[in-house]
Design a protein. Structure first.
Length: 305
């Protein structure tokens, strides 16, 4: 009887394990990328490839019990053009730096990469497949492979379809058997048919959408602030408001407890309007450690249930 109860408990625990991923940018490699910011990191205007910055980010994420870093390659386009676009190629080399720095870090978060397919051309012209090949060859060979986050038994890659998703109301058919592939869009709650078709959300308004695949809940995404459907400051905008928006979204997640929770995001510093209309979790001059500490508190509550 005791043995049966033990295996029942073990099965229950495995079924309800939760992973938390942090959306993360590696595009800060020239001063121009900081010009549109409305908050300033406590670490100053850094370079994404700096190992000291990566180590400090990793220390903070471990403090917040983040399971994997979700690195954004969604705007990379055609890989054949990367050598002519230093800004795009620097995102790749900064990702190299993240992998290599974390290899020497004790028990680091794992890594997943968000690719892009923002129109049918990205798939039909082979850009998405070439990028997936680069990810596999560059990061899933040799020592770097142990850092890759796995979902359903394979390394996870996510693919951003634009906002709204170019393929709405369906998901593209492209797949790569080497990976577990999941598609993403922004503001899934405004594209309701995709919610039930296994599409995940990069950022969410309220009510926080619940991504379901084949009848099984898979993911939800929280953020400290979000723009309305017509931009920041319109009727359905929600600012940081002292943490109210972030807390409200986390409370919705706690009621569902999906296998994966994304946080949008660590360090965008773009497409924002003001300190209140920004969504960085990274400690900043304006908010100090407030949103990092909130993240730690809610991740702990999520994993304790």
């Amino acid at each position: 009887m005791l043995k049966s109860l033990f295996f029942l408990f073990l099965s229950f625990s495995l079924c309800y394990s939760v992973s938390v991923g942090m959306n993360y940018e590696t595009w800060f490699n020239s001063p121009g990328f900081w010009l549109s910011r409305h908050v300033t990191p406590l670490l100053g205007l850094y370079r994404s490839s700096d190992p000291n910055i990566i180590r400090q980010h990793t220390t903070w994420m471990k403090y917040a019990e983040i399971d994997f870093v979700h690195i954004d390659w969604s705007n990379q386009g055609n890989p054949d053009l990367w050598p002519q676009r230093p800004d795009l190629y620097a995102i790749v080399t900064s990702t190299d730096a993240v992998f290599d720095t974390l290899l020497s870090f004790p028990d680091p978060p794992q890594i997943a990469i968000l690719l892009g397919a923002q129109s049918e051309e990205w798939i039909s012209q082979g850009w998405l497949q070439k990028t997936a090949d680069i990810v596999y060859q560059r990061y899933y060979q040799g020592p770097r492979a142990r850092l890759f986050y796995h979902f359903e038994g394979k390394p996870l890659i996510t693919i951003y379809l634009g906002t709204p998703a170019f393929s709405y109301p369906n998901a593209p058919s492209w797949n790569d058997e080497r990976f577990t592939v999941r598609y993403m869009t922004g503001f899934l709650e405004s594209q309701k048919p995709l919610e039930q078709r296994g599409i995940w959300s990069w950022i969410s308004r309220d009510p926080v959408p619940i991504s379901v695949r084949n009848g099984v809940v898979e993911s939800m995404t929280v953020t400290p602030a979000y723009a309305g459907q017509r931009g920041w400051g319109t009727v359905d905008t929600a600012g940081r408001d002292g943490g109210t928006t972030y807390i409200n979204q986390w409370e919705q997640v706690l009621k569902v407890r999906p296998p994966i929770v994304f946080i949008c995001q660590w360090n965008e510093y773009a497409e924002e309007e003001s300190p209140n209309y920004s969504n960085e979790i990274e400690p900043t001059v304006e908010f100090h450690y407030q949103f990092l500490n909130l993240t730690r508190d809610y991740v702990r509550r999520l994993k304790a249930k």
